[in-house]
Ligand binder design. Sequence first.
Ligand code: NAD
Length: 424
Amino acid sequence: MSAADLSYVQPTPNSPWGTYLSQVDRVVPYLGELSRWVETLKRPKRALIVDVPIEMDDGSIAHFEGYRVQHNMSRGPGKGGVRFHPDVTLEEVMALSAWMTVKTAAVNLPYGGAKGGIRVDPKKLTHKELERVTRRYTSEIGIIIGPQQDIPAPDVNTNAQIMAWMMDTYSMNVGGTATGVVTGKPLHLGGSLGRVKATGRGVFVTGREAARRLGLDLRGARIAVQGFGNVGSVAAELFAEAGAKIVAVQDHTGTIVNANGLDLKTLLPLARTEGVAGFEGGDVIANESFWDVACDILIPAALEGQVTAERAQKTRARLVLEGANGPTVPAADDILAERGVLVVPDVICNAGGVTVSYFEWVQDFSSFFWDEDEINQRLDRIMMNALNQIWDTADRHRITLRTATFAVACERILMARQERGLYP
Ligand code: NAD
């Protein structure tokens, strides 16, 4: 039986789960004897669907669908964010949880992979309704999460406040403060310095190394960023500090360009409150035109499936840094490789967030907190070590960085599976 036979999901070619399965198929030739365990990677260990009923402020009752998927826990507890979005599906959460398994193994953190989501548009909820949704969801998934079982974190449309509510709800239910149950918490509740910027910082660190290897000078390099939230905006800031020009930004409100570089100091506060479309320091262009803007580096940092075959054909970038999870469909991956465009894949490029989440979890357990310099230095070292090992693997087998990352990660995951053996 193959993963395509899972009764609860029929993967379609460019869907997130279909994309993930095809990425796994590509790594099989490099797994040697361990390939006998590969089916493990093609099915989630556990998937929980929960009903999240809440009372709305007007007295009516609303129901939302929530998920928590634990894809693989061979190397440690589940780890992965929670997404609040009206389009979230079980299939999407499965793919995101699987990419977490690969990502935590790629940077050699002692975790498996998990992910959660609620099918809700949080922008349509009041603050109180958002709190009720978060708390009820946490209570419902409380049977499978915990500091040693599965540790959620922020993702699209979730933040430190939501993590604080999750931590509090779980703690109330178990009868004691359990800070280690989620990461990405506010600083005074056991959060870590450097966590908010960690994912963007990882994109920058891996991107700077990729640019160096390509002989692309960051000073004056032109960068286009899709998604200007936690990941995209921080990465943009760090590249701008290194001398690059952010020439195009797209978010859910629209696309703006300025060939001389957008002024981030005025753009960032506007992006946080209203979105980028109303920005006066650039020209508004059609969303589809974002994909052939003249640029050297493209950073997709919004949602999955954005870099399609057609867009891969027209991009003018030499380097793609995947801030988002699953932004490139497999056909586009092939086109980029043929065109000589270097892709630093999500499973290493955006691993900075989970790495500092790991630091947060360790600090919570020891109740001893590190300063920001120490966190950033450790983050940079872990990211660079992982990237160099992946690059060596890519060079040795003459494969893309994505397949090399999967090769390094899947070897670790399947080795753990083999050594633990099957129970009973
Ligand atoms: P966020 O909610 O902070 O920001 C999302 C951004 O994407 C916003 O600017 C939004 O306007 C934009 N966006 C949404 N729909 C869009 C559309 N259709 N077209 C263009 N832009 C659109 O989320 P985030 O935390 O920055 O996450 C972004 C991506 O990075 C996701 O794929 C997420 O899974 C991934 N990621 C996040 C983290 C993290 O630590 N937050 C870690 C690893 C990976």
